[in-house]
Design a protein around this ligand. Sequence first.
Ligand code: 3PG
Length: 407
Amino acid sequence: MRFGIHTLDEVSVKGKVILCRVDINQPVDRATDSLKSTHRIEACVPTVEELLEGGGRVVLLAHQGSDIEYKNYYTTRPHALVLSRLLGREVKWIEDVCGPLARQAIRELKDGEALLLDNVRFCAEEQTLFEKNLKLTHAQQAQTQVVSKLAPLADLYVCDAFAAAHRDQPSLCGFEQLLPSCMGRLFEKEYCVISQLMQSPQRPCVFVLGGAKVADAFLMMETVLKGGAADQVLTGGLVGNILLAAKGEDIGQASLDFIRKEGYQEFIQSSQALLERYGDKIQLPTDLVYVQGCAMDIGPNTAAAYQRAIRAAKTVFVNGPMGVFEKPETEAGTRMVWDALADTQAFTVVGGGDSVTATKKYGKTQDIGYLCTGGGALIRFLTGEELPVVRALRHAAQVFPLGGDRP
Ligand code: 3PG
């Protein structure tokens, strides 16, 4: 048991039907019916491999895309192909989540075989809008279609979806009410790395916060400054621009218009308090790169100063690029920060989709201490709140002692 949650070390899986919830949500290319990145799929392979090699019958559940903006909302068929290639064995796939076809396919699984079900969010009860509107308790989630139809076929629930641990949805929090449950290897690893980062980071501990996910970045900034985890916060991207505007610096009318257009005007006001309180710890860009009057990257002096801070740190956490790194004219700031991440002696943690993409683009994957799969979950975790999936797994650890069979 770790963090009050059972681990895979405590279970024997031979001959058992295991429902394994993974987060393999990736950007999709609909035109070619394929995935633009496979980072999260690669990350869950050790858990799936361990379950299969132990002789388990593995049923994988996953969501793909968001029902809120209908972005990347897609079937999990391409994921099964990638998983099969990575595992070197067939992962079956079925165009069903918990209906008769899925249940029959589960019953037909043999020891050491895996089946990936279709996108769980094709079931209304798994959708984020449903979660936000109905706010089902975990006990109610156990009565939903996905959980009530699949749980009777299974012996064990394994959650390896740390990146979705902030979601209060039945495939994440409902099975723990009915089945012995544990976390997978990826969940355990991410939980461990992030807890250590929050509780006892080697100092100086520097947070580099950039990108365009403004609400998340400010939430995280406040949390790590208030809690004392961060000795210094280096800012860039839209986050840096907003802080500069809050300080009354001139970032150009086009940049201000962009902030307004994106609906982030309120952060210019709200971040003033943050600057007043923690101004000595928050570092703002001292120069910027402009394209058509809009600030799109940190300038060379800022990037050089950030490199020095990263190289002098003992722990560095990065979430968000320094500018529009997809374009050659505005990528230098991000590239220089990632160069320093690669050669610093500090323990480095990189989280969030764009930051993972930047890491791959600059070929730094092997140089980063830990590359997190989580974005939203990671941020919620850093705020110190108990994530819904963690609460559900802890409940299962209390109710279903492992080693035994289902009650
Ligand atoms: C993510 O991409 O952060 C996770 O897969 C969760 O996805 P969601 O924000 O659509 O729930």
